[in-house]
Design a protein around this ligand. Sequence first.
Ligand SMILES: [Zn+2]
Length: 69
Amino acid sequence: MAGTHQTEPHSITWYACNEHIEVVLDQLVDEAETAPDLFPCEPEELGTATCHWCGSTPSYRLSAQTNHE
Ligand SMILES: [Zn+2]
């Protein structure tokens, strides 16, 4: 069974608006089983990214690394 099963870190990126940062953060902790990093959104992300909760323009990017499949 050598080299057949490799767990690679999996990265999850979600966005959240000001209003839903807490609920999105909560959900991502649930999903990733680890605390995500929080960054302010870059201006160029605002055209494509949407809040994970409500779909409006986000203010934050949340990024988590997980080994969970
Ligand atoms: Zn929102």
